[in-house]
Ligand binder design. Structure first.
Ligand code: AMP
Length: 216
């Protein structure tokens, strides 16, 4: 299975793609996670990406396409993958089309997780991430047992700099302008499947799992 997860920031792509990847036995490839790791490690890539990410802008296409190309060359993607957060522009989608064509493989499906703008702002502005193990919480919808501390490893919870409300609104406007045109791109290829991304994590997962595990 070769899948792409599309949707606005905060649609739940990461959580759902991780779970579906485990179910299908394929890795989730998340450019946002790769870039955040590079920033944390202080690498050249991280230094290049950091200011774009903090503002809620996209990192330049060539940089992101380069890291995805390297990742897709790893042996563990031979059986498939789920791309989460890539492609995010038409230029990235064209690069991905070309790379897959060159490898003689095709995408099976593009899952579009549809969530309204105000729901996204609510979800992201209240999101907190464990600085130790990366577990995510929400101040209202999924609070930890002890205020500000991770249930699993007791490390402090932090807010991602790009989850501040003003930056979330900027990320949404970038999504509308640059990423939403991908819906038509994949619709024209007959690959797009829209899933209602509102509701509990479990409900949304069931909707996705049904699509992704149907015999083609
Ligand atoms: P995410 O965790 O997917 O929300 O990504 C966090 C940030 O990483 C985004 O706001 C962008 O600054 C950057 N980023 C992640 N994926 C891409 C991509 N495909 N193209 C450009 N920038 C990206």
């Amino acid at each position: 299975m070769r899948l792409v997860f599309l949707g606005p920031p905060g649609a739940g792509k990461g959580t759902q793609a991780q779970r579906l990847g485990e179910r299908l036995g394929v890795p989730r490839i998340a450019t946002g996670d790769m870039l955040r790791q590079a920033v944390a490690d202080g690498t050249q890539l991280g230094r290049e990406a950091e200011s774009y990410m903090e503002r809620g802008d996209l990192v330049p296409d060539a940089v992101v396409t380069g890291i995805v190309g390297q990742r897709l060359a790893q042996p563990d993607v031979a059986a498939g993958f789920i791309l989460d957060g890539y492609p995010r522009t038409l230029s990235q989608a064209h690069s991905l089309d070309a790379a897959l064509k060159q490898s003689g493989v095709q995408l099976d499906m593009v899952v579009y997780l549809a969530v309204g703008a105000e729901e996204v702002v609510d979800r992201l502005a209240g999101r907190r991430v464990c600085g130790g193990c990366g577990a995510t919480y929400h101040v209202r919808f999924d609070p930890p047992s002890a205020h500000g501390l991770c249930d699993s490893c007791a490390s402090s919870l932090v807010q991602r700099p790009d989850d501040r409300e003003a930056t979330v609104r900027e990320r949404l406007s970038v999504y509308q302008r640059l990423t939403s045109p991908l819906l038509d791109h994949y619709r024209e290829q007959g690959l797009l499947q829209e899933v209602d991304g509102e509701g509990s994590l479990e409900e949304v997962y069931r909707r996705i799992e049904l699509l992704a595990t149907l015999p083609s």
